[in-house]
Ligand binder design. Structure first.
Ligand code: CP
Length: 311
């Protein structure tokens, strides 16, 4: 693998999931592969899990790690041909080349604007690094994708499945703020590659990008979708068509113990308790959220290992 911008950059999801589970059982098996290599992590936005699990994954492989909160550096300019006489101090053309000199691999986290759909869909920040850096780039959640989360979720489902082909339901859930589509997009794309029976449920108006959903069944009735579910994955996202907007109040879409029955509950975290999902679910043995976070380390570790092997 020579980059990890999307889940499609993995050549074989099932093999990669099995290799990640093997790494989880023996995290230091490849502790020399990253010796004298450096992972630079660039955060344009906040993070708890991605920041810590990716750093831990790199260190398990023997890599050095440099983390930069981009807001602490010079303000970057991304436009071509611009007269830089306003508030941007450094162009991405120089910055990407400079950082490439310090890095063997660069990780980038850059959320969408949720106001400019065309700009977000173009993945302007992630793709600027990908095209201008001279080293591989990994996506630590971009405007439209969060493939490290998707891979961790695939690992979790593989570990927890009781059925050959479990029913997996991605359910929209309420949230007070307008949130991106990245986690939902990558979860759908990953489940489309895994041997599961996937469906999506959300209120009218919250349809996701049809290029992502493809022929995955969509239900506007949550109760109908949740019937006989083995895994319920809750996530909020703002409207894609009425871009970045929160539509009419829909607090009745909260995930409750009654609604999910015996199904396992999943969420990428952070989660707003008793808004997205009630305490009774999160505090029960049905919740896989903490294990999903644990698996973020092994998702990052297998991706870094595959990239290091390709250098
Ligand atoms: N799930 C996830 O990516 O968490 P962070 O935003 O804390 O990194």
């Amino acid at each position: 693998m020579n980059q990890f911008l999307n889940i499609g950059d993995i050549s074989n999801l099932n093999t990669t999931v099995q290799d990640a589970i093997a790494l989880k059982n023996n995290p230091f098996a490849f502790h020399s592969i990253g010796k004298q290599k450096t992972l630079v992590l660039l955060f344009f936005n906040a993070s708890l899990r991605t920041r810590m699990s990716t750093e831990l994954a790199a260190k398990n492989l023997g890599m050095n790690v440099i983390v930069l909160n981009v807001s602490d550096a010079w303000k970057l300019e991304f436009e071509e041909g611009v007269v830089m006489n306003l508030d941007t101090s450094e162009h991405i053309k120089e910055a990407a080349q400079v950082i490439s000199q310090y890095a063997t691999i660069i990780g980038v986290r850059a959320f969408p604007t949720l106001t400019n759909k065309a700009k977000d869909q173009s993945e302007w920040i992630l793709n600027a690094f990908s095209s201008l850096a001279s080293v591989p780039v990994i996506n630590m959640e971009s405007a439209t994708a969060h493939p490290l989360q998707g891979l961790a979720d695939a690992i979790t489902i593989e570990e927890q499945r009781q059925q050959k082909k479990p029913k997996v339901v991605l359910s929209w859930a309420p949230h007070p703020k307008a949130l991106p589509h990245a986690v939902a997009n990558s979860f759908i794309q990953t489940m489309q590659l895994q041997d599961v029976d996937l469906c999506i449920t959300h209120p009218a108006g919250y349809d996701l990008d049809p290029k992502i959903v493809k022929d995955t069944p969509v239900f506007y009735n949550q109760e109908e979708a949740l019937q006989n579910a083995d895994f319920v994955y809750a996530k909020n996202w703002s409207s894609f068509n009425d871009y970045g907007k929160i539509l009419t109040p829909t607090s009745d879409w909260i995930i409750t113990k009654d609604k999910i029955g015996e199904a396992k509950f999943m969420h990428c975290l952070p989660v707003r308790r008793n808004v997205v999902v009630e305490d009774a679910v999160l505090d029960s043995s049905q919740s896989l959220c903490i294990e999903q976070s644990n698996n973020r380390t092994y998702a990052a570790q297998i991706v870094l290992k595959q990239i290091l092997e390709s250098l």
